[in-house]
Unconditional design. Structure first.
Lengths: 117, 114
């Protein structure tokens, strides 16, 4: 597609359930990012995939959070045993990497709004 | 590791007056710096980007930012605010190495009154 696509756009779940959020990046973009946006917290970095390199998972808040990127394209963010504090908008972004030290513009999806009851 | 601090969580200006949104960064290496804007109920959009060329960077909608290494700052300015500039603005840092994530500041909400 033309842009970064995320699904579902809205997800309401009960505390303790697992959820999966999907991101379909722009075709050909080598870098893919997940961020979490909570009110008053700005964008919190979660995880970063760059080509075939090992992902940078340094932003994942707990071991309940994990992410995969299959075939260098689609990514899934999984949250296990959801808690109320996981409620937020989860944003995915992709970019070209233009060479060493030259990060391309991030193109963001519209986000998946997660509400944990 | 890199980090970024936006010094004001909220800035209010009158239409037609200058805008200043402050950002300081910390980076072990020469950074790339960005400003992104998020309008209400819309996605994030790149305003401008610094990657070691000219220290004064011009972006869209009349915004510009100046990279000052000695002050570790990358403040965003605009000479004359417009009502449509009301939005949330994020300063972003990335270290100039392959495989480094972009780190966002907590954001500054800009309000513009008539």
């Amino acid at each position: 597609g033309a842009g970064v696509s995320q699904s579902p756009s809205n997800k309401v779940t009960e505390k303790g359930k697992d959820v999966e959020l999907r991101c379909d990046p722009i075709s050909g973009h080598t870098a893919l990012y997940w961020y979490r946006q909570s009110l008053g917290q700005g964008l919190e970095f979660l995880i970063y995939f760059q080509g075939n390199s090992a992902p940078d998972k340094s932003g994942l808040p707990s071991d309940r959070f994990s992410a995969e990127r299959t075939g260098g394209s689609v990514s899934t963010l999984t949250i296990q045993r959801t808690q109320q504090e996981d409620s937020a908008v989860y944003l995915c972004a992709s970019s070209l990497t233009l060479g060493l030290g030259n990060t391309g513009e991030l193109f963001f999806g519209e986000g998946s709004r997660l509400t944990v009851l | 590791a890199q980090s970024v601090t936006q010094l004001d969580s909220h800035v209010s200006v009158s239409e037609g007056t200058p805008v200043l949104l402050r950002c300081n960064y910390s980076s072990s290496y020469s950074p790339s710096l960005f400003w992104y804007v998020q309008h209400p109920n819309k996605g994030l959009q790149l305003l401008l980007k610094y990657t070691s060329a000219a220290t004064l960077v011009k972006g869209i909608n009349g915004f510009e930012a100046e990279f000052k290494k000695s002050e570790t700052s990358f403040h965003l300015t605009k000479p004359s605010a417009h009502m449509s500039d009301a939005a949330e603005y994020f300063c972003v840092v990335s270290e100039k190495q392959a495989g480094t994530a972009l780190i966002f500041g907590k954001g500054t909400t800009l309000s513009v009154s008539s």
